[in-house]
Design a protein around this ligand. Structure first.
Ligand code: ASP
Ligand code: MG
Length: 407
């Protein structure tokens, strides 16, 4: 039996007209598969309103009760859509996470899926052609409602596809697919036909917002083919899948960027064993994620340590660093908020050299100063002044020939 999972985001279910377009996609899905599982998000703006509602009594509302409240956005969507399907004569029913159940841990607000009762789903699929499942939500062993973190409906959909052995998980959104870079910045950005899981993970972690990052991790782990498509046209979209040799032929697949960077430097730190642990230990204890790190060579036994973090963590980090600086005897702590990072990403880098050199040469030609560099097997990331970010994205997109149709 061929099962297809289709997930529709908040903008696709926001109005009655759009919900009718979702209906068309579902009707089309039923022609291509025997059974459908449709996963819906809350209508656009709904989750934000519910979160604001939760905040009215307290700045830190009880996390379990907040999930009980916030998960209702998806309940509205599935109830409404199931009414439409039934009215059109389709054998369908709505399902909330606790009814299946989709069991998660008890990390309210950011829960992780532990298991899905696929037997129950298969039993419902005997009686129905379409199951309309609420995304974003789960429940603990002891039946408390949970949510999976913002954007978590993608993860619900991929997890359901994995549990049911679906042929594909289609994620419908308001863009055509995954682009080689942000089309708002670079007019020659091109929609990709395919992208490897690894590349998509790097793109997502760099702020490409089309897919919830955990959904990509899930898809990679369980080898679920994910197709990012648009609700409002018939474009085949972008297939996120396992890497193959044709993907490796391409040196760089995409250029991603992230403005959410703040740079912190500890000047004149004694260069002795244990310093890095003294600096980064307290940050990790407090849950601050450190991104790039550079330690200079030492001069007269003193060195500089520079690192980047998310801008929202800056105030807190500076407080911690002031104490650390005093404890380790650093001269001063300075910071810079006008930085951003840009990355070239591609599985092809693994087997080819020269990507870093070409990246540096291209930026140098435009007089863009490189502040920090970090590399991984399939990514090279450069920290630059934020005012050069858009230029850097366009230059790298051009340098690696991404606007040519060679895919
Ligand atoms: N409704 C949730 C959110 O806005 C989940 C989702 O849309 O994926 O974050
Ligand atoms: Mg989303």
């Amino acid at each position: 039996m061929k099962i297809l999972v289709q997930k529709f985001g908040g903008t696709s279910v926001a109005t009655p007209e759009r919900m009718l377009q979702v209906y068309e996609k579902t009707a089309d899905g039923l022609k291509r598969a025997d059974k459908l599982v449709v996963v819906l998000s809350a209508r656009a703006g709904e989750t934000n309103s519910l979160l604001a509602l939760a905040d009215q009594w307290s700045k830190e509302p009880d996390a379990a009760e907040r999930d009980c409240l916030v998960s209702t956005g998806e309940q509205v969507s599935v109830g409404l859509f199931a009414i439409l399907l039934k009215q059109r004569g389709i054998k369908a029913r709505s399902l909330l996470a606790w009814q299946i159940p989709i069991t998660t841990d008890d990390n309210f607000g950011n829960a992780r899926i532990r298991s899905i009762n696929s037997e129950a789903l298969h039993a419902w699929l005997k009686e129905h052609d379409v199951l309309v499942v609420a995304g974003f939500q789960g429940c603990t062993e002891d039946k408390r409602l949970t949510t999976l973190g913002r954007g978590g409906s993608d993860t619900s959909a991929v997890a359901l596809a994995a549990a049911l052995g679906a042929v594909e998980c289609e994620i419908y959104t308001d863009v055509d697919g995954v682009y080689t870079t942000d089309p708002n910045i670079c007019s020659t950005a091109r929609k990709m036909d395919r992208i490897a899981y690894n590349e998509m993970l790097e793109m997502a972690s760099m702020g490409a917002k089309v897919l919830h990052i955990r959904s990509v991790e899930f898809a990679q782990k369980y080898k679920v083919p994910v197709r990012v498509r648009c609700t409002f046209n018939d474009d085949p979209g972008t297939l996120v899948t396992q890497e193959d040799s044709s993907m490796e032929a391409l040196l760089v697949s995409g250029i991603a960027y992230d403005r959410d960077q703040a740079r912190v430097t500890l000047h004149a730190v004694p260069d002795v064993p244990g310093i890095a642990a003294a600096v980064f230990g307290p940050l990790s204890e407090k849950g601050v994620l450190v991104d790039m790190i550079v330690q200079n060579t030492s001069l007269d036994g003193l060195t500089d340590i520079t690192f980047t973090i998310s801008r929202k963590d800056l105030k807190y980090t500076l407080e911690i660093m002031t104490d650390v600086a005093a404890a380790v005897g650093a001269a001063e702590v300075v910071h810079d908020l006008s930085v951003a990072k840009v990355s070239a990403i591609g599985v092809g880098m693994r087997n080819h050299s020269g990507v870093a050199a070409r990246t540096f040469a291209a930026l140098t030609k435009e007089g863009i100063n490189i502040l920090m560099i970090s590399t991984s097997e399939i990514k090279i990331t450069i920290l630059i002044q934020e005012k050069y970010l858009e230029l850097a994205v366009r230059i790298l997109h051009d340098t690696f020939g991404l606007d040519w149709d060679i895919n």
